[in-house]
Ligand binder design. Structure first.
Ligand SMILES: C[S@@+](CC[C@H](N)C(=O)[O-])C[C@H]1O[C@@H](n2cnc3c(N)ncnc32)[C@H](O)[C@@H]1O
Length: 393
């Protein structure tokens, strides 16, 4: 295809500089799936973090990596992967839209980057290229659920799956039925519903990949703006897959009256029907991933690798986010929101730092979370949390 297909002098084309690449996209009014070719400047942080995650993964497995950006859009992500990550082999950019393909081609030529370009439906591409990619990036509109089975089929041993979901209303419990249909899991609304959303998506990935005897290890996950993003190492082996599901799948029960919550391990397991504190009927989320959703060593290495990627525009936001995720790596499941606790207690809110200090003085873990600026992850149960919040006012 000829680069001249796209006329850069056209006033309807915008030139964008991001990372170390310059791309062209057709001008559009609103970022939405209706844009002629999709580009969202707000996702620069997401792409910057991806650069660090993929570089860290490459160093960890210590071989050249072949990457597939299955939903290429303008090509910005694939081109940045090719240009900004060391020891990269082949990078593939795919998109179903013929116009997107024209722009990906033109943008690759402008940046003098040699990438593979395909115009295929995502599932077909993944199935036709089984075992070829070390990294598969799934960044669709809305839910990634339609593509996870093909990912399970396609991914090879020792590979990395990067997956974005923007259908947060389903994952976070605003709409119950869509979550059941797309993720085969129940959700409920709570102050920690974004964490539950990540756990529901991770659980769905784990169960879907299990049929291919593949198991997951989450290296990093975050909920930012309108999306959730997970970086998941995938490995093979039936015994290890059985063990992983056994240890990491479960449910979380929540009392909307007194804010008690409890996780339960196992797919088919005993779960209290009523709150053991106030006897209210419990809301249940799951099946979901109750295992780790952050990996301390991986995130620490990402922070280290940030020193070598000085060009990342969102460096400050990356540091802030990664430091919180690093702390969360060893934190208990779910978190408490100080304002929600205070509303429940009908008292005014104390300073977050006072509550953190007082929890620690009593010997409890007390950690901030990236999910919520007034959230606390702690091993103190709800009754102790309430006592400590009251005494911190
Ligand atoms: C959210 S955008 C991708 C953004 C891109 N990854 C980035 O970082 O800028 C989703 C893209 O997926 C493409 N798409 C939608 N459905 C698809 C499918 N079933 N198979 C392949 N591509 C698809 C759309 O044309 C659109 O360009």
């Amino acid at each position: 295809m000829d680069k001249d297909l796209i006329d850069v002098s056209d006033e309807n084309i915008e030139i964008i500089n991001e990372g170390l690449v310059e791309i062209q996209v057709p001008v559009f009014d609103k970022v939405s799936s209706k844009a002629p070719v999709f580009y969202n400047s707000k996702m620069e942080l997401n792409r910057d973090i991806s650069i660090l995650a993929l570089q860290t993964f490459q160093k960890e497995i210590n071989r050249e990596i072949n990457i597939c950006d299955v939903f290429g859009g303008s090509g910005v992500r694939a081109l940045r992967y090719k240009k900004e990550i060391d020891s990269v082999g082949e990078v593939t950019a795919n998109d179903i839209s013929p116009l997107a393909i024209e722009y990906i081609l033109a943008n690759a030529l402008t940046n003098e980057l040699d990438i593979e370009i395909h115009q295929k439906e995502a599932n077909i591409l993944l199935r036709e290229h089984r075992g070829e990619f070390d990294v598969i990036d799934i960044d669709p509109f809305g839910t990634p659920s339609y593509f996870v089975d093909s990912v399970g089929y396609s991914l090879k041993k020792d590979s990395l799956l990067c997956i974005t979901a923007t259908d947060t209303s389903a994952l976070c419990g605003t709409y119950i039925e869509p979550c059941i249909r797309k993720y085969n899991a129940k959700s409920y609304k709570s102050e920690y519903c974004h964490e539950n959303g990540i756990r529901i998506l991770a659980g769905f990935v784990a169960l879907t990949l299990a049929k291919y005897k593949k198991h997951i290890e989450i290296k990093l996950s975050h909920s930012s703006l309108h999306y959730m993003r997970l970086y998941i190492k995938v490995n093979k082996g039936s015994a290890a897959t059985d063990k992983s599901l056994n240890e990491n799948m479960g449910h979380i029960a929540h009392c909307k009256k007194c804010l008690y919550r409890q996780s339960f391990r196992g797919l088919s397991t005993f779960i209290f029907e009523k709150c053991p504190i106030c006897e209210e009927k419990l809301a249940i989320a799951g099946p979901l991933w109750i295992g780790k959703i952050q990996n301390h060593d991986f995130i620490a290495k990402m922070i280290e690798n940030c020193q070598d990627k000085k060009h990342l525009n969102t460096e400050k936001q990356i540091f802030k986010l990664l430091k919180l995720c690093l702390e969360e790596a060893n934190a208990p499941i779910t978190f408490y929101d100080i304002h929600v606790i205070c509303k429940n207690l009908k008292i005014s809110a104390p300073k977050l730092e006072n509550v953190l200090d007082n929890l620690k003085k009593k010997g409890f873990i007390a950690i901030k979370t990236h999910f919520n600026p007034i959230g606390i992850k702690t091993d103190a149960g709800i009754e102790n949390v309430k006592l400590i919040v009251k005494s911190s006012s």
